[in-house]
Design a protein around this ligand. Structure first.
Ligand SMILES: *[C@@H]1O[C@H](CO)[C@@H](O)[C@H](O)[C@H]1NC(C)=O
Ligand SMILES: *[C@@H]1O[C@H](CO)[C@@H](O)[C@H](O)[C@H]1NC(C)=O
Length: 403
């Protein structure tokens, strides 16, 4: 899906945070401890009372609790907390802030209440933040219905976003029914996402699980992704991303791209996906770019130890990406794809063609490797197709390699 203007909320965010800075220092109660409970700041676990300001104040206290406190905890107890769009901004005086959530954060039922900023829960310029546990319920159904109806709708909110953040851990989080992407990691360094569950119906539009962009050193492991769009989408400027032990489906699979939206675009480099199960997804592992000139590239990628169960396009490189055939650029992709390995991938395809390589005529794919592939379609060998590609294959290969 399209990922532009990911940060255009920024001016608004600054305004919101500055507004509440003044309130914080007056609350001396929490200063004695390095744990800050949202209830002490007025949050109500009834799912009805707007607790946004209580969360903002709690964050600001935890974030500025310096004076020798190297670590602080922002604590959200059991219960349902109604939260509107909220910004947790750094840098903090506190070296590390743990946001421990035992309860559920719920968005307003009226999707207009989150405005047009594109986010619901947003962390900006924070370092050393760990989010542990918790559930997010963005109540996306009404928003998806709005989009389907053709009425005027807001842009929709990503449930939890990290912009310009470093040394982040997100663990044990569950997110359901996001309006847009569940979790966005944008312009970050050193992020671990572990043991998360991101769930939305297969027909929900653009509910990607995790989107990573312009970020380095991201690990995603032990997670369940059931969505209406990509389980994980990997945007320009992603380097050293390691994904392991995930379950994907329903959804559109794990995608590098779409790339080549812009002429000048950063590349994607050093991505590994190891130990994954795809079930009933539209794609398994995919690289996609629009058919137009671009400075982008995809290099040094490894997809290995993967089980496909009834997946429509288990292995696909699509350099003529153009969903719904609308406004297709109809040129030749400038995105240079090289050194991509597909190893130990087996299971069932939901279509006859399980391996599709549709590379750019002007910038053919190079260094593509297939090793030990066994994909069947209705108990018969699946097929494969190759365009503008150079590479090698070894081991057992079903379908027969077209390289
Ligand atoms: C990608 O990985 C290689 C080693 O495989 C390393 O030399 C290179 O620096 C990495 N690229 C980036 C951008 O970190
Ligand atoms: C691209 O090609 C398709 C079919 O080949 C055609 O229907 C469409 O109008 C073309 N789009 C543009 C922008 O030229």
């Amino acid at each position: 899906m399209a990922y532009r203007n990911i940060c255009n909320c920024n001016n608004y965010c600054v305004a919101v945070v500055v507004l509440f800075m003044g309130v914080l220092s007056s609350n001396g109660a929490a200063a004695a401890s390095n744990s800050f409970n949202v209830m002490k700041f007025g949050a109500k676990p009834d799912g009805k009372t707007d607790s946004t300001q209580a969360f903002v104040k709690t964050w600001a206290s935890a974030c500025s609790s310096a004076s020798g406190q190297a670590n602080a905890v922002m604590y959200v107890p059991k219960g349902r907390f109604l939260i509107k769009a909220v910004v947790f901004r750094g840098p903090c005086k506190t070296r590390r802030v743990t946001v421990r959530i035992d309860g559920t954060l719920v968005a307003p039922t009226d999707y207009w209440a989150l405005g047009n900023s594109g986010y619901w829960i947003l962390f900006i310029k924070v370092t050393g933040v760990t989010v542990v546990g918790g559930s997010l319920d963005a109540k996306g159904a009404a928003f998806w219905a709005c989009r389907r109806s053709g009425k005027t709708c807001p842009v929709g909110a990503r449930s939890i976003t990290f912009n310009w953040a470093n040394n982040i851990v997100i663990t044990g989080l569950t997110s359901i029914n996001s309006q847009q992407t569940h979790l966005v990691i944008n312009s970050c360094n050193n992020v671990v996402v572990r043991n998360v569950k991101l769930i939305a119906p297969s027909e929900s539009p653009n509910t990607d699980g995790i989107h990573v962009q312009s970020s380095a050193g991201v690990t995603i492991t032990g997670s369940i992704l059931q969505t209406g769009d990509d389980c994980i989408s990997i945007g320009p400027g992603t380097t050293n991303l390691h994904i392991s032990n995930i379950k994907c489906g329903p959804g559109h699979g794990v995608s590098i791209g779409s790339l080549g939206k812009e002429l000048k675009e950063d590349g994607v480099q050093n991505v590994t996906l190891t130990n994954a199960v795809f079930s009933g997804s539209d794609n398994g592992v995919r690289i996609k770019s629009w058919a137009r000139p671009s400075t982008g590239f995809v290099r040094n990628i490894l997809f290995q130890n993967i089980i496909m169960r009834n997946v429509e396009n288990p292995i696909i490189i699509d350099q003529n990406y153009c969903p719904n055939n609308q406004a297709c650029p109809n040129q030749s992709s400038g995105v240079k794809i090289s050194q991509v390995t597909f190893r130990n991938i087996q299971g069932t395809s939901a279509t006859a063609e399980a391996v599709t390589f549709d590379c750019s005529p002007s910038h053919p794919c190079t260094g593509i490797r297939l090793q030990n592939i066994k994909l069947t379609y209705m108990n018969k060998d699946a097929t494969s197709s190759c365009k503008n590609i150079d590479g090698t294959s070894s081991g057992l290969l079903v379908p027969e390699s077209c390289l």
